[in-house]
Design a protein around this ligand. Structure first.
Ligand SMILES: [Zn+2]
Length: 298
């Protein structure tokens, strides 16, 4: 985007045309000159110097909207160089590659109490996020019980391709349902992998509904987010997922997440996946080492 005032562009064009005309006049020619418009791209302002490739480690990370990206000098390999208090080089990071364990164990007592809700759709520059409208009494809203603790559903958002891989393979899209326990501050994130298949009614209007530009958009329709869960998700005998302890997959990469990635998938059509990918722009963090952790199956 050219940030210059049109007057300056005009002046520059005139100057350029005059200079060319003068040079041609000096050569004894008087042909009409068609000068190309001069376009000078002025980069947006970044925290990180794109020209020198230098990153200045910040110590004032609280309450500021610090610039990061999914590629380049502000990309995942450099997130930990951006802000001192971020945990992006920790040893319990997410996402990870999941190698499905052969045995299932019943370790997580998990029940969903999601309700019909209205949402606010946000394009925050990193993802499309549906913020759940929170009622005055949180118990009237959507939550899960996980091993005797209540986690409230705050939002869900999308990554393309998937962040978690299964046996090294990405899926086209991954949905993250983010819940928070207000007492402990811990998060419980339910991951659902989307694969190509039948058209998904939920994504019928995303081409129009998903904001292409950053900003807030109100979604007036009311629905239960469980339309995006695999069948049988709320029945302990049919709910199968992989779980492990990890982190946020975006800065500040805090290691506070109980991850539960569903082993059964949902479907969306080829066209719907393409629409999502066009807006999400490869917003996935590459997998990180499991280290001493284990992924368990339930
Ligand atoms: Zn996510």
């Amino acid at each position: 985007m050219n940030g210059k005032h049109p007057f300056f562009r005009l002046s520059a064009n005139l100057l350029f045309a005059t200079l060319i005309a003068f040079l041609f006049a000096c050569n004894g020619k008087d042909e009409a000159i068609e000068s190309e418009p001069i376009v000078t791209d002025i980069p947006e302002t970044y925290d990180i110097d794109d020209f020198t490739g230098e990153v200045t480690l910040r110590t004032d990370c609280e309450g500021t909207n610090i610039h990061w990206e999914y590629e380049g000098i502000a990309g995942p390999d450099h997130w930990d160089d951006i802000c001192e208090t971020w945990d992006c080089d920790g040893n319990r990071q997410s996402p990870v590659n999941i190698v499905p364990p052969l045995n299932r164990t019943l370790s997580k007592l998990l029940r969903f109490f999601w309700k019909n809700t209205s949402t606010n759709i946000v394009n925050n520059g990193h993802t499309i996020q549906y913020n759940i409208d929170q009622p005055a009494d949180p118990n009237a809203g959507s939550f899960i019980w996980l091993n005797g603790q209540k986690y409230y559903l705050l939002q869900f958002h999308f990554h393309a391709a998937s962040e978690h891989t299964v046996n090294g393979e990405h899926y086209p899209v991954e949905i993250h349902f983010v819940h928070r326990n207000p007492t402990t501050g811990q998060l419980a994130v339910v991951g659902v992998l989307v694969e190509e298949g039948d058209e998904n009614p939920f994504f019928e209007h995303i081409g129009d509904q998903w904001p292409h530009d950053e900003g807030n958009y109100t979604n007036t329709s009311t629905y239960n987010p469980n339309v995006l869960m695999p069948a049988g998700y709320n029945n302990s005998s049919t709910a199968h997922f992989w779980w492990y302890d990890g982190s946020l997959t975006t800065p500040p990469c805090s290691e506070i997440v109980n991850w539960m990635v569903w082993s059964s998938t949902i479907e969306a059509s080829h066209e719907q996946l393409e629409e999502m990918e066009a807006i999400l722009h490869e917003n996935y963090r590459p997998v990180l080492p499991l280290g001493a952790r284990l992924v368990k199956a339930q």
